[in-house]
Design a protein around this ligand. Structure first.
Ligand code: NAD
Length: 484
C-alpha cells in the first residue's frame, strides 16, 4: 500500500485533518499514513526549522506530504514552516483551484455565473526569497529574484496542467509594464513556452487589470499563471469569488516531493471548538488522490462532498442560515453517509480523465544551472547604493572626483526617482541614494575596475550595496531610474 506523510498542523489543523482522514478511512482509500512532527510545537521544542530531522527524512523518502495549516511563532526570528517546506523541497508550482460549489452561495452562483479558475503561482522565487536588509536606519530593501529556469519550470507545468484540464484559456498575469526586467523575464518565458502549445489560447494581462476583471467577469478566466507575491494575492481574491478560504484547496508540486494543503491558516479564533470547515483540506486531499492515480476513490469522495453541499449541510462559516450548522465531525459523517450518491446538475466532472502523474516532466539534475544560448555578457557600469543626507548636487560633486579615466557619473536617484543631474524640488528624499557610474565610451569593464571605484568612493560614503550594470548581448540588463 502507498505510504504518505501526514502532519496534522496547528490550531484547527488536527480537527479538520482527523475529519478528512476519517472520510478516507471510510472510503477505504488504499493509503497508509505516517505521522510526522512538524508545526509550532516543534519550534517550541527547540527545532528552529519547525520540523524534526526524522520528519524531514520520512517526507523525503515518501515524496508526499499531506498537511494541515501551521503557525509560525511570532517574534522568535524563525521562518514560516510552510514557506520553508515549499522552498526546501523545490515545490515550484503552487496550484489552487477555485470552482463554483453547489450549495455554497455567492453573488456569482446566484447570478448563474459558473467559476472554474486554476491559479498556478510560482512558489520559490520573487520577494518570497525573503532577502531583506535595512541598509540605513530609514531604508529597507527587498530583493526580488525571478530566474529563467525557475519561471520555465512553473510555466511549463501550468501549460501541461492546462492541456490536461482542456482549459479554454491560459493567461499570464504580470506587471511587466513597470517591472520590465523581472516580470518582463517571466512574461518572455511564458510567450516562449506558449509556442509549444498551439492548441491552447495563451494571452497575458496586467495584474491590476486582472483583479478588476476577476470580480466583474470571473467566468472568462480558466488557468492563470503568476509570479509568487502576485499569485498569493490573486489566489485569495479568487477564494472570495467561490465562497471564501474554506473552499480553496492547494497543491505544491515539485519533481520529487509534493505537498497538499488547504489555502487557509490555523484559524486560532475557532480552534479546539470542532466547528471548522474541513472542505478545503478535503478538496486538497481529493487532488492528492488524483495525483497518486487513485481516481475512483477521489471521484467517490468528491461526489459525496458535492451531494452533501447540495443538501444544504454546512458548517457555521457558510451556507443557508435558516438551516442549522453542523460541526466538523458531523459534516464529515454526512459526507461518508453520502458515499455512492451522485450530485445534481450543478456539479461538473472534475478532471476525471485528467490523471496528473507524479513526474509530469523529469528534469535532469543540473538543469537549473544551464543557461541555454546565453548571450555575451559585458560589464558597462555599476550602481552604488550609498547612505547620505546631503543635497544630491553635493553628492554628485564628490562622486565626480572618483570616476577617474574609466567611469563617468550618469545619474543619482532616490527611491528610484532621478534627482541629479535633473530632478524636481518636490521629490521627497530619504538618506539613501543610488549613484550610477558607466564606463567612458562604453568600454567594457572588469570587476577589478569596479572594486577600484568601490574603494575610492568608500572614502567619502558608506556603501550599502552595489549592483553591476550588464549588457547581455545587445540588451540592457538593468532598469532606468524614473525620469532618467
Ligand atoms: P486564517 O486562514 O487562519 O483565518 C482567517 C479567517 O478565516 C478566520 O476568521 C478563521 O476563523 C477563518 N477560517 C479559516 N479557515 C477556516 C475553516 N477551515 N473553517 C472556518 N473558518 C475558517 O488566517 P490568519 O488568521 O491570517 O492566520 C492564522 C495563522 O495561520 C497564522 O499563524 C498564519 O501564519 C497561519 N497560516 C498558515 C497557513 C498554512 O499553513 N499554509 C496559511 C495561512 C496562514
Amino acid at each position: 500500500m502507498r505510504r504518505i506523510a501526514v502532519a496534522k498542523g496547528d490550531g484547527i489543523g488536527p480537527e479538520i485533518m482527523d475529519a478528512v482522514l476519517k472520510i478516507f478511512y471510510e472510503a477505504k482509500v488504499p493509503l497508509e499514513y505516517v505521522t510526522v512532527d512538524i508545526g509550532k510545537w516543534v519550534f517550541d521544542k527547540g527545532f528552529n526549522t519547525g520540523m524534526t530531522p526524522e520528519a524531514r527524512q520520512t517526507i523525503e523518502t515518501l515524496g508526499i506530504l499531506f498537511k494541515g495549516p501551521m503557525e509560525t511563532p511570532k517574534g522568535k526570528g524563525v521562518k514560516s514552516i510552510n514557506v520553508t517546506a515549499r522552498k526546501t523541497w523545490n515545490t515550484y508550482a503552487n496550484t489552487r483551484t477555485f470552482q463554483t460549489l453547489h450549495g455554497v452561495d455567492t453573488v456569482f452562483s446566484k447570478a448563474g455565473i459558473p467559476i472554474d479558475i486554476t491559479v498556478v503561482r510560482e512558489n520559490i522565487e520573487d520577494t518570497y526569497g525573503g532577502i531583506e536588509h535595512m541598509i540605513t536606519n530609514d531604508v529597507a530593501i527587498s530583493r526580488r529574484i525571478i530566474t529563467r529556469p525557475g519561471s520555465m519550470q512553473v510555466i511549463k507545468y501550468a501549460f501541461e496542467m492546462a492541456r490536461k484540464k482542456k482549459a479554454r484559456r491560459i493567461t499570464c498575469a504580470h506587471k511587466a509594464n513597470i517591472m520590465k526586467i523581472t516580470d518582463g523575464l517571466f512574461l518572455e518565458v511564458f510567450q516562449e513556452v506558449a509556442k509549444d502549445y498551439p492548441d491552447l489560447k495563451a494571452d497575458d494581462v496586467i495584474v491590476d487589470d486582472l483583479c478588476m476583471k476577476l470580480v466583474t467577469k470571473p467566468d472568462t478566466f480558466d488557468v492563470i499563471v503568476l509570479t509568487n507575491l502576485q499569485g498569493d494575492i490573486v489566489s485569495d481574491l479568487c477564494a472570495g469569488l467561490i465562497g471564501g478560504l474554506g473552499f480553496a484547496p492547494s497543491a505544491n508540486i515539485g519533481d520529487h516531493i509534493c505537498i497538499f494543503e488547504a489555502v487557509h491558516g490555523t484559524a486560532p479564533d475557532i480552534a479546539g471548538k470542532n466547528i471548522a470547515n474541513p472542505t478545503a483540506l478535503l478538496l486538497s486531499g481529493i487532488g492528492m488522490l488524483r495525483h497518486l492515480g487513485l481516481m475512483e476513490s477521489a471521484t467517490m469522495i468528491e461526489n459525496a462532498l458535492l451531494y452533501t453541499l447540495e443538501q444544504g449541510v454546512h458548517t457555521g462559516d457558510f451556507g443557508n442560515k435558516s438551516i442549522s450548522a453542523v460541526n466538523t465531525t458531523q459534516f464529515a459523517e454526512a459526507i461518508t453517509s453520502n458515499f455512492g450518491k451522485q450530485p445534481g446538475q450543478g456539479a461538473k466532472p472534475h478532471l476525471k480523465d485528467a490523471p496528473v502523474t507524479e513526474t509530469m516532466f523529469k528534469l535532469n539534475e543540473n538543469v537549473m544551472l544551464e543557461s541555454a544560448n546565453a548571450p555575451a555578457e559585458n560589464i558597462i557600469g555599476v550602481d552604488f547604493f550609498i547612505e547620505s543626507d546631503e543635497q544630491p548636487v553635493f553628492i554628485a560633486n564628490k562622486c565626480l572626483r572618483h570616476g577617474g579615466v574609466k567611469f563617468k557619473l550618469i545619474n543619482i536617484s532616490n527611491r528610484g526617482t532621478q534627482v541629479w543631474p535633473t530632478g524636481s524640488v518636490y521629490t521627497n528624499l530619504v538618506n539613501q541614494y543610488n549613484v550610477r557610474f558607466e564606463s567612458i565610451d562604453d568600454m567594457p569593464l572588469k570587476q577589478q575596475d569596479i572594486l577600484g571605484l568601490y574603494v575610492s568612493l568608500s572614502g567619502d560614503f558608506k556603501i550599502c550595496s552595489s549592483e553591476l550594470l550588464l549588457m547581455l548581448g545587445d540588451k540592457r540588463a538593468y532598469s532606468l531610474a524614473q525620469g532618467q
